[in-house]
Design a protein around this ligand. Structure first.
Ligand code: FES
Length: 148
């Protein structure tokens, strides 16, 4: 008997935009895979890279940071900060042997339920293609860094 790989994707979703978009997708009964484990955050700007690494070390096969479009962040430039951190996260993932394709940051508004459903479907397909994530980054891998 072969087991079908069902990926676990941790998503840090901004309360004001993407979390509401996800909610709307649910209310609208849009179909998307059950792979996403959403974690509501007030702003993508509060998602420190250590949280992303903790998700991977905890067994996530993929990690998403989803928030408000540029110019729409409720904390002015939280998403700009998050975007800069995403670049750093991709470099670190490559360094420690995790395919950076397992991580993505994307802007999805509260009205974009169909964008949300399509994106989760596509990202899940990508992770299925990559297979289970084997590398477990150490806890606090980048603690002590003050420049990110
Ligand atoms: S409030 Fe949504 S990304 Fe900042």
């Amino acid at each position: 008997m072969t087991h079908r790989f069902e990926p676990v994707i941790i998503g840090f979703l901004c309360n004001w935009c993407s979390y509401t978009g996800a909610d709307l997708a649910g209310v609208s009964r849009l179909q998307y895979p059950p792979s996403l484990r959403p974690i509501r955050v007030m702003c993508t700007g509060m998602v420190h890279p250590d949280l992303v690494m903790a998700a991977f070390s905890g067994g996530a096969d993929g990690v998403l940071v989803l928030g408000c479009h540029p110019g729409a962040c409720h904390y002015i430039e939280g998403n700009i900060k998050a975007s800069a951190r995403a670049d750093v996260i991709s470099v670190i993932l490559r360094d420690i042997g995790i395919d950076p394709g397992r991580f993505e940051i994307k802007w999805i508004s509260s009205a974009e339920a169909s964008v949300f459903a399509r994106f989760i479907t596509d990202f899940t397909k990508r992770i299925i293609k990559l297979g289970p994530q084997q590398v477990k980054p150490g806890k606090g891998l980048i603690q002590g860094r003050t420049d990110i």
